[in-house]
Design a binder for this molecule. Structure first.
Ligand SMILES: *[C@@H]1O[C@H](CO)[C@@H](O)[C@H](O)[C@H]1NC(C)=O
Ligand SMILES: *[C@@H]1O[C@H](CO)[C@@H](O)[C@H](O)[C@H]1NC(C)=O
Ligand SMILES: *[C@@H]1O[C@H](CO)[C@@H](O)[C@H](O)[C@H]1NC(C)=O
Ligand SMILES: *[C@@H]1O[C@H](CO)[C@@H](O)[C@H](O)[C@H]1NC(C)=O
Ligand SMILES: *[C@@H]1O[C@H](CO)[C@@H](O)[C@H](O)[C@H]1NC(C)=O
Ligand SMILES: [Ca+2]
Length: 440
């Protein structure tokens, strides 16, 4: 068939496939006319047909080209049959009209008590024709039903394939990055112990050393908790961080701090990317910097929390890595130890590990019908949605409504129902990292 006559067919095929909805109940003749002029869709046969007469097809909807499975040949057959049926119906209509005219003609003599024999035999032939057509229609409708079922099946398979591939690719890229990070780290270690050039560099005066994070300042004897300048990646820029030189041996680079509500944490992607707040009070260091720090060495994460009753607990994670912006700052966190509970892996359904970063303007969460960052007023590695959110709103006392305060789901009593529906927020939170192999 010519491409032009395929136009009507391919629109119908696309409609059946859920890609295009033809909301048009004009007569078919008119539809054919307009299609011939304006329809940009082309269904073309590509390559050789197989034994069973099934041919590979391709739909072009500029600028999109879709390869269709071979089974689409079956649909074309069905549509051909429909076309034939249409023609038969038209010819039947026409013969009926003829027959009606004949009947009208013969009715006049009938008034005189005379009946022509011919209309009787004509009626019998029509009956047979109608019966034939009925069975034809039945066959076609069952064919159509089969074709539709096949399309549904194929579509389901296609969706599954897409999901599987996306997850595989993300996991693969992530694990490659993680592996490369550990390879680079081990090379760094070898180099500093074996390469003479590197030894020369290290024996130079202190100001030539690169301080990758707070533990390097601790190593050269700095003991006051202060702001220091670090360069986790020598090829990238350096920046200031706050170093905690006291907690559990010191050497900690602080990533986040909450203590009085002086900084608003309801921020957009851009702010969480570059960081915000005051390093001496409340702040988010910034996802790009966190990525560079966790890329430069294997890091452990310590989270210190305190509630309004003065209870202090902590969580220690032996593994902590935040991927690049390209990978939407995906979180890798594992091997919990501590007293506050493992709220980052609360359960199978509330698990922040391997989740992407979400902000009110950038939905990367696993909640399909909304944005967790928008709902909980925060940027965080949301699941669907949370068992922990240390960037929630700062509440100075108990609050009601959406649980958008600073939240750690394993905190003693935090999830219990309070009289009047009151919820409690944490008073202080701090996230900080240190190289895994650091010995204070
Ligand atoms: C479709 O048909 C319905 C009922 O015959 C009519 O009310 C409606 O206006 C038609 N729509 C179009 C787009 O022709
Ligand atoms: C990463 O390393 C682990 C163990 O070292 C290995 O099992 C895995 O296959 C590696 N992944 C890639 C993508 O190379
Ligand atoms: C924090 O910032 C958000 C977004 O700009 C704003 O809607 C909200 O009112 C601010 N909260 C406070 C306590 O200032
Ligand atoms: C520096 O780090 C940022 C954040 O990871 C990255 O986007 C940028 O490409 C890096 N620049 C260089 C020169 O490596
Ligand atoms: C947790 O940390 C404590 C103190 O550092 C240590 O004694 C203990 O073995 C750790 N437990 C695990 C499961 O790593
Ligand atoms: Ca969502």
């Amino acid at each position: 068939m010519k491409p032009a006559s395929f136009c009507w067919l391919s629109s119908a095929v696309l409609a059946a496939y859920g890609l295009l909805v033809v909301a048009n109940n004009e007569t078919e003749e008119i539809k054919d006319e307009t299609a011939r002029d304006a329809c940009p869709v082309r269904l073309e046969s590509r390559g050789k047909c197989d034994e069973g007469g099934q041919c590979p097809y391709q739909v072009s909807l500029p600028p999109l080209t879709i390869q269709l499975p071979r089974q689409f040949g079956r649909i074309e057959e069905v549509f051909k049959e429909v076309q034939n049926l249409k023609e038969m119906v038209n010819s039947l209509k026409k013969s009926c009209q003829d027959c009606k005219l004949q009947a009208d003609d013969s009715r006049d003599p009938g008034r005189n008590g005379l009946l022509s024999p011919s209309p009787g035999s004509q009626g019998e032939a029509d009956d047979n024709r109608v019966r034939e057509l009925e069975s034809e229609v039945n066959k076609l409708s069952s064919d159509l039903k089969n074709a539709k079922e096949e399309i549904d099946l194929l579509q389901g398979r296609l969706e599954k394939l897409n999901l599987v591939n996306m997850n595989n690719i993300e996991n693969y890229v992530d694990s490659k990055v993680a592996n490369l990070t550990s390879v680079v780290n081990s090379l760094d270690g070898k180099c500093s112990s074996k390469c003479p050039i590197q030894e020369q560099i290290q024996s130079r005066p202190v100001q030539h050393l690169i301080y990758k994070d707070c533990s390097d300042y601790y190593t050269i004897g700095k003991r006051s908790s202060e702001i220091y300048r670090v360069t986790p990646d020598p090829k990238n820029s350096s920046f200031e961080v706050f170093c905690d030189m006291e907690t559990m041996g010191g050497g900690w680079t602080v990533l986040q701090a909450r203590l009085d509500g002086s900084t608003n944490f309801t921020r957009m992607w851009r702010d969480y990317k570059v960081g915000f707040g005051n390093l001496r009070r409340e702040f988010w260091l910034g996802n790009d910097k966190i990525h560079l720090l966790t890329k430069s060495k294997e890091m452990i994460l310590r989270i210190d929390l305190e509630d309004f009753n003065g209870v202090k607990l902590y969580a220690l994670y032996d593994q902590f890595y935040v991927a690049s912006e390209f990978l939407r700052y995906r979180l890798h966190v594992g091997n919990y130890n501590g007293t506050a509970g493992d709220a980052l892996h609360f359960s199978k359904h509330y698990n922040h590990d391997l989740k992407f970063f979400t902000t009110p303007d950038r939905d990367n969460d696993r909640y399909p019908s909304g944005n967790c960052g928008l709902y909980y007023s925060s940027g965080w590695w949301f699941d669907a949605c949370l068992s922990a959110n240390l960037n929630g709103k700062y509440y100075h006392q108990k609050y009601r409504g959406v649980r958008n305060g600073i939240f750690w789901g394993t905190w003693p009593g935090i999830s219990e129902a309070q009289p009047g529906g009151y919820k409690s927020s944490l008073k202080e939170a701090k996230m900080m990292i240190r190289p895994k192999h650091f010995k204070p």
